[in-house]
Every structure is written in C-alpha cells, then in structure tokens.
Design a protein around this ligand. Structure first.
Ligand code: PRP
Length: 204
C-alpha cells in the first residue's frame, strides 16, 4: 500500500499510530520524500496537500480535519484519530473586538479561504479574504487585515500577537483518509488496517 504522511506537527503521532497498528515504517532517509519497507511505500507531503494525494490515488493518508474541510477532497474517512486536537477560529486584535455579524467589509487573512468564505456566507456577512500561507497572525499586526482565521491549539500564538478568539469555526482532529477506489480494490488490506488502528485507538 501507499501511505502519505503529513510533514510538521502531525508527523510523529501519525508514524507512531501506524507503527503501533503493525505497519512497518522504516526511519526516513534524510531528505527523502518517498521511502519504502520493500512492500509499502511512504510519502512525505505538506499537511495541506495530504487529502489531495489521497483523492488522486494514494491509498491511505493522515491529515487534519481543517485541511480536509478546506480542500473539500472526495476521500473516505473511516476514523478520527486521537491527536492533532485543536480548533479553527476567527481572531482579531484585543483592542478592536467586534462580533462576526459586525464584520461587513472586513479583511480576513487566512490560509483557509473556503472555510472562511462559507463561515461568513452562512451568517450573511460580506468580507474580503486575503490568502496567506502561514504566520497569518502577522497580518492584523501590520494592518493588512482586520482579523484572521487560523488554527488555535494552546492559544499562545494569538496571545503573543495581541489577538483574541471571537468565534470558533470548527473543532479539529487528525483523520485517517482512504482513497475511494483503493477502499474497494484493496478492501481486505484496508479493512484490516482500519480495524488494527481502531483497536489501538479505541481498544475495540
Ligand atoms: C499553527 C497556527 C498558529 C499556531 C497555533 O502554526 O497557524 O500559528 O500553530 O498554535 P498555538 O495556539 O499553540 O500557539 P504552525 O506552527 O503549524 O505554522 P504555520 O504558521 O505555518 O501554519
């Protein structure tokens, strides 16, 4: 099978849970983006791209629900995993707090353009979205945005940048993703993997 693993904060827990479920993942050779145990292949991708790889043919992946929601990827999601817990929130400078309903005409910096657009259209508020690829907390500090939509885990990054949460948009967790065709073609193998992971995670 082919697995795509997320770079960054989910990497260690992802490797750990798969290993504990019986997938033999060798140490990644330095700088390699693809490596193998002689039977399975492992790919290392930006966390943001994992659902895209799975949608387009990689059998199994692990990604955050924030990214799956943003990418609107058509993948099978058999399990929520017990790590990567955080939330996607709307935040703004402490000194200028208003409620989301009063943000008409505001500029919102985020890498979650789709989720943000949907959130504001649900409440009937028109905003301008500025797409950034990271460190979005910077945008309100330097005045190019009024608010941000970003991941909050401990809240330390917001605090350090004088920002406060004004609304939680969604709870986030790591998810197991399976390619829809692989799920049918490799049914036995994938089903067995899902059951082994479920046993490790939930003990059932
Ligand atoms: C994420 C997120 C926030 C921070 C939140 O950034 O974008 O900046 O973590 O965590 P906290 O609430 O515990 O402070 P990450 O380090 O993943 O990098 P990024 O800025 O490239 O998204």
């Amino acid at each position: 099978m082919k697995f795509v693993l997320p770079k960054g904060r989910l990497y260690k827990d992802s490797v750990d849970i798969l290993r504990r479920s019986g997938v033999e993942i060798p140490e990644k050779p330095e700088r390699a983006l693809i490596w193998s145990n002689g039977r399975d292949e492992f790919l290392l991708s930006r966390a943001y791209d994992v659902p895209v790889y799975v949608e387009h043919g990689i059998d199994v992946g692990i990604a955050g629900s924030d990214v799956v929601e943003e990418r609107e990827s058509d993948v099978f999601i058999p399990l929520e995993l017990p790590f990567g817990k955080c939330r996607l929130s709307l935040a703004m400078p402490r000194s200028k707090v208003v409620s989301p309903e009063d943000m008409d005409g505001f500029r919102i910096a985020t890498k979650y353009v789709n989720v943000t657009r949907k959130f504001f259209s649900r409440i009937g508020v028109e905003v301008e979205i500025i797409k950034l690829h990271g460190s979005v907390e910077l945008a309100p500090r330097v005045g190019i945005a009024d608010a941000i939509v970003d991941i909050v885990e401990t809240g330390n990054t917001l605090k350090a940048n004088g920002l406060v949460e004004v609304a939680k948009i969604m709870d986030v967790s790591a998810l197991l993703l399976v390619n829809r065709i692989s799920q049918k073609v490799l049914f036995e193998e994938i089903n067995s993997l899902i059951m082994r992971i479920r046993r490790v995670v939930y003990g059932t």
